[in-house]
Design a protein around this ligand. Structure first.
Ligand SMILES: [Zn+2]
Length: 361
């Protein structure tokens, strides 16, 4: 499969337009025409990861953390050169995978045996639009399908959504105009008003598809930004454990299921033996979600909590570390690769640089 086709499939799996503004997800190194059969999956792009990719006959490295974050002025970094010299390609799926419909956090929930109730925060890198288009009654179906096929009308678990209202359009044509079906210089047409929701990363495609399929010389199409987010996307999740579990046992479960050497448990003066109901999770660095979690959850499981983050939290926090809370996402990437009928190779936990060189003493 060509890299270009993989990039197309990524737009279905974890659209790059969902990535947060500071991020650099997507194709980092590589030729869109390169053929791929074997894919090496790693959290971080290190020289060990490159070596292992080559040993396993991979043509593509698929990482969660991007290698290239800032603008480059030259390419002298030996790691970049090693990737280029060996004709490897590199794709990183970072914050787009954090907020996607099947995200890093869904993998974490699955690993912890938690049932997902919904998103913890609606934050994504995308904005939401309503598109309004007026067309003749008999053309409505065609236009609806063109908009849906281009990506409009997806809300949570539903797709091909639209709103259709009867309308009447009035016009007066100028000398050079070409009115619809020669309906005269002045008149009115039985119209339909169609409305679609659409994410920013589909907006241009949808507008182009509607224009292409619209029969008017100058169709009336407008769009405006709305605050209502798509519930399918968001940062962090609210979950529950389908049995009674107290705070202490939950911390032990996290440590065991994620295979991490230690977890930090901030009790926030809660009773360790009190049952926990609503569990907020965020793989990686979830400090920014503590206040959202406080409003709706009994505990937050994440990584990278700072000293003051612990002290200021009013709910218990379980910090299992950035690496261990994100590692389960590699299986999600492997499932995606399998679906493309390519061969995934996941870098084992104990071969990642972080677990090899960090000692807990
Ligand atoms: Zn991370």
């Amino acid at each position: 499969m060509k890299i270009s086709e993989i990039m197309k499939q990524i737009e279905e799996f974890a659209p790059l337009g969902l990535a947060l503004s500071w991020d650099n997800s997507g194709l980092q190194i590589g030729d869109l025409n390169s053929e791929v059969e074997n894919v090496y999956i790693t959290l971080d792009v290190t020289s060990t990861a490159v070596q292992k990719a080559l040993e396993n006959g991979c043509q593509l490295i698929l990482s969660h953390h991007p290698l290239i974050f800032q603008q480059l002025k030259n390419i002298t970094n030996p790691l970049y050169l090693e990737i280029i010299k060996n004709n490897l390609s590199l794709i990183s799926l970072h914050t787009n995978l954090d907020v996607a419909e099947k995200s890093v956090n869904h993998s974490l929930a699955q690993k912890l045996g938690l049932e997902v109730l919904g998103s913890l925060s609606s934050e994504t890198g995308a904005t939401n639009y309503i598109i309004v288009v007026y067309c003749p009654l008999e053309e409505a179906e065609k236009i609806m399908h063109s908009a849906w096929n281009a990506g409009a009308g997806k809300i949570g678990n539903y797709y091909n959504c639209a709103n259709k209202q009867e309308s009447e359009g009035y016009y007066k044509a100028s000398e050079n105009a070409k009115p619809y079906k020669d309906s005269g210089i002045e008149g009115h047409i039985a119209e339909t008003c169609l409305q679609f929701c659409c994410e920013s990363f589909h907006l241009n495609d949808v507008l182009a598809a509607i224009r292409q399929n619209h029969p008017y010389e100058t169709p009336l199409i407008y769009h405006y930004e709305v605050a209502n987010p798509n519930p399918a996307y968001g940062l962090g999740l609210i979950c529950k454990y389908n049995a009674e579990i107290n705070l202490q046992d939950l911390a032990i479960l996290v440590k065991e299921r994620l295979n991490c050497p230690q977890v930090k448990l901030w009790t926030a003066s809660f009773d360790l033996h009190k049952n926990i109901n609503r569990i907020a999770i965020c793989g990686g660095s979830g400090s920014s979600l503590i206040s959202a979690a406080q409003k709706t959850a009994d505990v937050l499981i994440t990584g990278d909590i700072s000293y003051h983050g612990f002290l200021e939290s009013k709910i218990p926090l379980i910090d299992a570390g950035h690496f261990y809370t994100e590692y389960p996402a590699l299986q999600l990437l492997a499932d995606f690769v399998n679906k493309l009928q390519l061969h995934p190779f996941i870098m084992p936990q104990n071969e990642h640089l972080y677990t090899q060189h960090l000692l807990i003493i």
